[in-house]
Write a protein that binds this ligand. Sequence first.
Ligand SMILES: [Zn+2]
Ligand SMILES: [Zn+2]
Length: 133
Amino acid sequence: MNNYKASCRCGNVRLSFSLPVKTVVQCHCQDCRRMQGSDYSTWVAVADSQFSLDSGDEYLSKYELKQSSKSFCSACGTAVYGVNGRHFKEHKVIPLGIVENYSDDIKPQIQVYTEFKAPWTELHGRVPVFPRK
Ligand SMILES: [Zn+2]
Ligand SMILES: [Zn+2]
């Protein structure tokens, strides 16, 4: 039963996922800033078994790195999901911005790489910061 739906800008790629999610992360690293084109990225990690690509497989393009990848719609360019094999094996990471129905169940739970945050970005006081060793 997939109760959250997400889609790209043009609507060709549609996916869904169900609770409970693994975590919801706000990441301030430079890779995320570049790939999302925004100050920081917010994404939800969902177990593969709770994730479904419902339509648009033929539109997906993939950018692959060693342990990770990012899939995006080749028609509109929207990032739709990624794989982070280093930190979240057997999960998909989905940009929160493409989710169609929000609720507190998928609100941000942790902020990471805050030492790399853009100078103008204010950290969210209610979201804990991951402690760096
Ligand atoms: Zn699209
Ligand atoms: Zn990042």
